[in-house]
Write a protein that binds this ligand. Structure first.
Ligand SMILES: Nc1ncnc2c1ncn2[C@@H]1O[C@H](COP(=O)(O)OP(=O)(O)OP(=O)(O)O)[C@@H](O)[C@H]1O
Ligand SMILES: [Mg+2]
Length: 354
């Protein structure tokens, strides 16, 4: 499974680019030439959103009214066309395999894409939302029932919050039962996934960092209670503040390195390697359980890691069968990766040079 063509129109500084990627692709060019923007186009095609901003419209080229990103995935012997068109002040239009779709999940199913970029340490350092999103992408790809469970749970949280605000205590009993059932189901999927992932995190972490990291799931309410019990306990506070406190919308994952909490303990470089470990573990797991090789974007790695760590990362990455898109300022920075295709980005234009 791989992306065989990509077209991006009006994506940041890229006016119109078209390329035919190989299994591994090196993208080089000077600062501000458009390398990260090209990765961003790829990421949006697989996720429906950018990794740099919450607003897709911010990605539209200045002065333009719309952007278009389209690609062809070659998958199990056939081509699947994917497209996303974003106009100013409009919802995105998504097409997958000739059909209009309303949700980016349709894109994600066909194009599993992950990124390791200079912000990858945020997985370790930032608040729980980043880690929940990370976990959910992984669960989504291996558990077919997850998306419906996720949507159902978050709908019920919204309904319970509205009931809390209207102080309708009798109605709350109903929502508590519904929320507890939906929340336990959602949390069960995440917990099972994290357990499966943790073996890969330990193994790849050891290869990258020399020490085995460990991850633990935090479900979002006290471990020794059912969600129903936690909701009853939290009710007075929830009513006072008008929001639901306990539940998997507050889930998190703790990361330990050498039995110490990584967040407050490790160096920035180690945080980056830990973040990279998590992403690569996810891809290794996806390949093992679904035989699904993903697309991996590696932005600016030579600027981030020393040559020893970069070499270790290359070894791990090469075992994943992922289709690679790597960026660097100069072609020689990534010569050791032996990429099958090389693209030069200059002032928003992309030229194939191999
Ligand atoms: N909406 C937009 N419209 C037009 N240009 C934009 C928009 N958003 C960002 N840019 C510009 O696009 C240019 C390319 O940005 P990009 O981040 O892709 O560069 P890069 O090649 O990755 O650079 P670096 O090596 O510094 O990481 C920058 O000059 C940036 O200011
Ligand atoms: Mg960049």
């Amino acid at each position: 499974m791989s992306l065989t063509s990509l077209r991006a129109v009006n994506v940041r500084c890229l006016k119109e680019v078209a390329l035919e990627p190989a299994e591994s692709n090196l993208i080089f060019g000077e600062n501000a030439s458009g390398k990260t923007s090209l990765l961003e186009a790829l990421f949006i095609l697989g996720r429906g959103r950018s990794f740099r901003t919450a607003s897709r419209e911010a990605v539209i080229r200045d002065g333009e009214q719309e952007m278009l990103i389209a690609g062809v995935m070659h998958c199990e012997g056939r081509d699947i066309r994917l497209g996303l068109r974003q106009q100013v002040d409009q919802p995105a239009k998504i097409r997958v395999d000739g059909r209009d779709e309303t949700s980016p999940a349709a894109l994600a199913r066909c194009l599993p894409v992950q990124i390791i970029d200079p912000d990858v340490h945020q997985l370790v350092e930032e608040g729980p939302g980043v880690r929940r999103r990370f976990l959910d992408w992984g669960v989504f790809h291996v558990e077919p029932k997850f998306l419906d469970a996720w949507r159902r749970y978050h709908r019920i949280v919204r309904q319970r919050n509205a009931t809390l605000k209207s102080n309708n205590v009798r109605q709350l009993d109903v929502w508590d039962r519904e929320l507890a059932a939906a929340g336990e189901a959602l949390s069960g999927y995440r917990g099972t996934y994290l357990e499966a992932l943790s073996g890969y995190v330990g193994e790849l972490g050891k290869a990258l960092l020399g020490t085995e990291p460990a991850i633990t799931y935090k479900q979002g309410w006290p471990e020794d209670r059912s969600l129903q019990e936690a909701l009853v306990e939290s009710r007075a506070r929830d009513l006072r503040l008008g929001i639901t406190h306990p539940g998997p919308h507050r889930a998190d994952m703790t990361i330990h390195l050498a039995a110490k909490k990584a967040r407050s303990r490790v160096s920035r470089g180690q945080q980056k390697l830990l973040g990279a470990t998590l992403v690569l573990a996810q891809l290794a797991h996806l390949k093992a359980v679904k035989n699904l090789p993903a697309i991996l974007l590696l932005d600016d790695l030579p600027a981030e890691l020393d040559s020893l760590r970069l070499g270790r990362l290359r070894d791990v990455v090469s075992s994943l069968d992922a289709q690679l898109f790597l960026t660097a300022l100069s072609r020689k920075d990534l010569a050791a990766w032996n990429c099958g295709a090389v693209f030069h980005v200059e002032q928003g234009k992309v030229l194939s040079v191999l």
